[in-house]
Write a protein that binds this ligand. Sequence first.
Ligand SMILES: C[C@](O)(CO)[C@H](O)COP(=O)(O)OP(=O)(O)OC[C@H]1O[C@@H](n2ccc(N)nc2=O)[C@H](O)[C@@H]1O
Ligand SMILES: Nc1ncnc2c1ncn2[C@@H]1O[C@H](COP(=O)(O)OP(=O)(O)OP(=O)(O)O)[C@@H](O)[C@H]1O
Length: 297
Amino acid sequence: MSITVRVPAKVNVQLAVGPARPDGFHDLANVFLAVSLHDEVTATPADELRITCSGPDAGQVPLDRTNLAARAAELLAARHGIEPRVHLHIAKDIPVAGGMAGGSADGAGALLACDALWGTGASRAELLDICAELGSDVPFSLVGGAALGTGRGERLTELPVGGTFHWVFAVADGGLSTPAVYREFDRITPDAPAPAASPALLDALRTGDATALAGALANDLQPAALSLRPSLAATLEAGTRAGALAGLVSGSGPTTAFLVKDPESAESVAAALIASGTCRTARTAVSPAPGATVLTA
Ligand SMILES: C[C@](O)(CO)[C@H](O)COP(=O)(O)OP(=O)(O)OC[C@H]1O[C@@H](n2ccc(N)nc2=O)[C@H](O)[C@@H]1O
Ligand SMILES: Nc1ncnc2c1ncn2[C@@H]1O[C@H](COP(=O)(O)OP(=O)(O)OP(=O)(O)O)[C@@H](O)[C@H]1O
């Protein structure tokens, strides 16, 4: 028997970042939105923990115990006093090291798949607790939809979304290291104020108003990502010139996200981005998308 779980990528429609804390993390007001690019994690009984991965970027994914899917299986097994005897296959469609929480998605997916396969019956609270141990973005991969993340982003309050938003994601060549982007933020932002969610942005989400959301998109990590990867400015310009309502760096980058008004605009902006030569490829998606979901039982 196998269990397959489908997990969405995310875009941060607001990422407000405070100063570095004593533990090295940053307090955030992190408004997550799940988007319809997905990884699928399939758990199958095996003699020992094994990870495989397929998809165009599979070569960049670690297959050892550092993979967040492996860590999720180990943490769940340890809590329940069992051995993590499972083969986890990741069908990867989320850009790797792209600021779209691909590794986090696989962690949340593996956790849900192993819980179903092993019948561990972990409560939602226990699953969220393990997710937070795996990484700051992982709880949101489990929950999906839209949510405000506070603390280091792991403490979630679900948010209402009043419509469908259309996106284009420009995938860059190569990744950016999340810790390096936060370090660059610290270097160029010596007096970061305490982070707070924007009421205008939360209103735009609640009413499903794409134009209002476009005006409120904000990512405090964008100057740091641009400083480390100046070529992203040309991608942002190409997307907005092609008719996007607005563009921003997704999380720690280097993927750039463009909010567009409808599916037709998504297709034309994606084509223009590819033609501009300022990105490796462009993908269209909608939001919100559901969180980690078991597909087969
Ligand atoms: C940029 C975002 O993707 C926005 O959602 C997240 O803040 C990053 O979340 P993540 O990849 O799950 O990050 P973690 O695995 O928890 O932490 C990786 C590293 O990112 C930095 N980090 C992460 C989250 C946070 N609130 N402050 C940080 O400074 C730290 O250097 C940390 O060592
Ligand atoms: N299952 C996984 N899939 C992809 N990368 C993984 C995975 N597990 C661990 N990693 C490691 O994590 C690094 C970051 O990959 P990931 O795709 O999660 O980045 P990201 O989307 O920028 O993350 P975030 O948006 O949460 O900061 C990779 O370079 C890789 O070494």
